[in-house]
Design a binder for this molecule. Structure first.
Ligand code: ADP
Ligand code: ADP
Length: 215
């Protein structure tokens, strides 16, 4: 049966970093809503134009477009074995919609690891985050530095800092997380699928804890 895992946690918790590692270990498609939005922004699609203002302000893109986008993505052939969701759902309405679409496909959420990290650490992480524009790999200038500063280890592309990782927008994103996304912790706890993982540990140890919680 297909396996669906939702990675929950604030911006900067390490969802993307961990998803890149464990999606390979588990042979599951890594679905990052933020990456899909950024791809649409880059290609200047209608969806990208719609999402741009929300993303630059650190706000959430409206539920209806986000839900439709993820529904389409989960129907693609690489998701027949399930998916590792990173950044979706982010609101109670999205969580509700995800539950309904999985039920329609006779599937369910297997596990929701919640990566917890205190707010002050998040700011430090996001301000030092560097991403690869071609392969999407995420680095940190101190905690997970590339071999050569500013250059991707995997493909040699010049790394960039995200527009929304600037300090004012980071604060707004953390507030938005507290207001709109953190209620999902209780929601999934009540559903009996939440497992909390200490996100303050080094990357490799978080991976170990996550795998122990999921497998
Ligand atoms: P998210 O997807 O949850 O926003 P990322 O995976 O992009 O988070 O990580 C945010 C930043 O923190 C990146 O620069 C990443 O390299 C760094 N990072 C991720 N996990 C850890 C960790 N366990 N310890 C220290 N830094 C980390
Ligand atoms: P982070 O890794 O820092 O948590 P993401 O890359 O997941 O950030 O998301 C970047 C931005 O994309 C968000 O601030 C928001 O504007 C938009 N976005 C991503 N996922 C969602 C979602 N599930 N619902 C609404 N907006 C989203």
């Amino acid at each position: 049966m297909a396996k669906y895992i939702v990675l929950l946690g604030p911006p900067g918790a390490g969802k993307g970093t961990q998803a890149q590692i464990i999606s390979k270990t588990m042979n599951l498609a890594h679905i990052s809503s933020g990456d899909i939005f950024r791809e649409n922004l880059k290609n200047e699609t209608e969806l990208g134009k719609l999402a741009k203002g929300f993303m630059n302000r650190g706000e959430l893109v409206p539920d209806d477009v986000t839900i439709a986008m993820i529904r389409d993505r989960l129907k693609r052939p690489d998701c027949v074995q399930g998916a590792l969701l990173d950044g979706f759902p982010r609101t109670p309405a999205q969580a509700q919609a995800l539950g309904e679409m999985l039920a329609e496909w006779n599937a369910k959420i297997d596990s929701v690891p919640y990566i917890s990290v205190p707010a002050q650490v998040l700011i430090e992480r996001l301000s030092g985050r560097w991403s690869c524009p071609t392969c999407g790999f995420v680095y940190h200038e101190v905690f997970n530095a590339p071999k050569q500063a500013g250059v991707c280890d995997k493909d040699g592309a010049a790394l960039y800092q995200r527009e929304d990782d600037k300090s004012e927008t980071v604060k707004r994103r953390i507030d938005v997380y507290v207001e709109q996304t953190s209620p999902l912790i209780a929601f999934y706890q009540e559903a009996g699928v939440l497992v909390e993982v200490d996100g303050i540990l080094p990357i490799e140890q978080v991976t170990e804890e996550l795998l122990a919680a999921i497998l």
